[in-house]
Design a protein around this ligand. Structure first.
Ligand code: ATP
Ligand code: MG
Length: 500
């Protein structure tokens, strides 16, 4: 008889391939006799013994033969030059050692060698997988873990050789951003030139060994269409938020850690008209807006080892107000002064979009109005609405949990809410304060508001149906909509494609 218990033990959940810096990679996600799925990386073009030679002898040969000095290595402007030198060096070493390679194969091996000599080795392969959110190393005894968009936490078939290897990668990253990680400063928070966010800790502060946590920067920026397409929000909420952004109403994005606040902010910012000047302020650059928008991105800077040179969120916010912004985007509000400046900016006629750590609308308001932030409740009326992003850990999905409007006295009313049972977003109340604001600032009647939301919903559905998900595609359509609504709407009602 077939032992179905055994059969159940190994099942392939997924297989796919992609290219990582010119190296073709295959991935197999497998469910095994373990609690977590297993994420297996295979590099079919490179046999196991070749790989070992590449990683050891040839890598050492490459590093000793290619002459670059440390200042060249650390100069981001010289990055391409240095890579070229190493790549050419790798090709000639391969010629010497494997004279019979085809040109294609040689390039793959050279890329692999380059990745090992200059970069983060096999970690780079993981960073190239768009389906991963996080890559983490807990120590050199455990395999590298990854957080897969579809399968959650998985163990991989990759393990770093020893604690020294983890430390080497941490210091490489630290050096690239002009910092250090060592016994005296065993914690590092940095971001790679690619935008990926890195944290590293050293033993014995992290008791099991040196750690590395890399939050991958989304290579495909989030847009309103991607959020609707993957059911993060309904097209109706999308349309409502779009209407708010078009009419310069300020919004707050609240949510838990990793719930998708910044991604939502990115999608929302893509709806800003190109006629308006945008200043964004973040701790690390995560936002990516359409290339043709009038946008000045700014990032904070930590103090150096002597405690000098800090540029704080607050410094940048105060400064932004002197840069004649129309719209201000703030990565995350944490402190009282930051929130005060933000609300002052709103009260002086700027539209502001900011994120805040809070699990729902009620908590967001309570965080804003209680210590340490302590904004007077009456001041909250400068805000038109709050969007709450939510990550459901068990189902591994992200949803807009609520969208609510803020009333004059600082109270709120939820307009749309997600229902966990049916996985649908429902309108639970009609617009009241929002309707007042739109009537006041845009002269829109209730009927006009409804028609506008309906029209925008149709446009969004059409964009989703045609898969216009890229940041510039979405941006072009939105910008065109502001110039000539009819032109877009004509294409939508005829079901035509858009000629970009
Ligand atoms: N709506 C979504 N659907 C699926 N994945 C998402 C969604 N929004 C964000 N993500 C992914 O979730 C991860 C975290 O997103 P993001 O950085 O926007 O969250 P956050 O709330 O700003 O996190 P933090 O609290 O660390 O600032 C990213 O990898 C991002 O690509
Ligand atoms: Mg964030």
């Amino acid at each position: 008889m077939v032992d179905d218990k055994k059969l159940r033990r190994v099942s392939v959940l997924d297989t796919y391939g992609f290219e990582s810096n010119g190296i073709p990679v295959e991935i197999k996600v497998v469910k095994r006799d373990d609690f977590n799925p297993f994420y297996e990386v295979m590099i079919p073009g490179i046999a196991e013994y070749t790989r070992i030679i590449l990683e050891t002898t040839l890598r050492a040969e490459l590093i000793s033969e290619v002459k670059v000095d440390i200042s060249e290595m650390l100069d981001p402007k010289k990055g391409d030059e240095v890579r070229k030198k190493f790549f050419d060096g790798a090709l000639s070493i391969l010629d010497k050692n494997f004279p019979n390679l085809t040109e294609d194969k040689k390039r793959i091996l050279a890329s692999y060698l380059l990745q090992n000599a200059l970069g983060l080795g096999e970690i780079e392969t993981l960073l190239s997988d768009d389906r991963l959110e996080e890559v983490v190393i807990n120590n050199s005894r455990e395999p590298i873990w990854v957080y897969h968009k579809k399968y959650g936490w998985c163990k991989t078939n990759l393990t770093l050789k020893d604690e020294e290897a983890i430390f080497d990668y941490s210091s490489l990253i630290a050096r690239k951003v002009g910092r250090q990680i060592n016994v005296l400063t065993p914690l590092l928070d940095a971001h790679l030139p690619s935008g990926d966010r890195v944290n590293s800790t050293l033993f014995p502060v992290s008791n099991f060994g040196n750690t590395l946590t890399i939050r991958k920067f989304s290579r495909n920026p989030w847009t309103i269409t991607t959020l609707i397409k993957n059911k993060t929000m309904s097209p109706e909420i999308g349309a409502l938020i779009w209407m708010c952004v078009q009419n310069e109403l300020s919004l707050l994005i609240a949510g838990g850690t990793g719930s998708g606040k910044t991604s939502f902010l990115n999608a929302l910012a893509g709806l800003i008209p190109s006629s308006q000047r945008i200043i964004s302020i973040e701790d690390t650059r995560e936002l990516t807006l359409p290339t043709f928008l009038h946008w000045v991105p700014m990032v904070t800077r930590e103090p150096n080892a002597e405690g000098k040179g800090e540029v704080s969120m607050l410094d940048l916010m105060v400064n932004a107000l002197r840069m004649r912004p129309d719209r201000i985007i703030v990565g995350e509000v944490r402190k009282q002064r930051e929130a005060e400046i933000l609300f002052e900016a709103m009260h002086t006629g700027h539209s502001v979009y900011a994120s805040l750590h809070a699990d729902n609308t009620e908590q967001a308001i309570s965080r804003l109005t209680n210590p340490p932030i302590n904004i007077p409740k009456e001041m909250l009326d400068a805000l038109a609405g709050i969007v709450v992003t939510f990550r459901h850990r068990r189902f591994n999905i992200r949803r807009v949990l609520e969208f609510g409007e803020i009333h004059k006295n600082g109270d709120f009313r939820i307009l749309h809410r997600w229902d966990v049972k049916t996985d649908e977003m429902k309108q639970v109340a009609g617009l009241s304060r929002l309707a007042d604001l739109l009537s006041l600032y845009a002269g829109m009647s209730e009927k006009e508001i409804k028609d506008d939301v309906d029209k925008k919903t149709e446009v969004l559905n059409w964009m989703v149906a045609n898969d216009y998900t890229e940041v510039d595609q979405v941006g072009r359509i939105i910008s065109q909509y502001y110039i000539s609504e009819d032109e877009i709407y004509d294409a939508v009602s005829k079901g035509e494609k858009w000629r970009f």
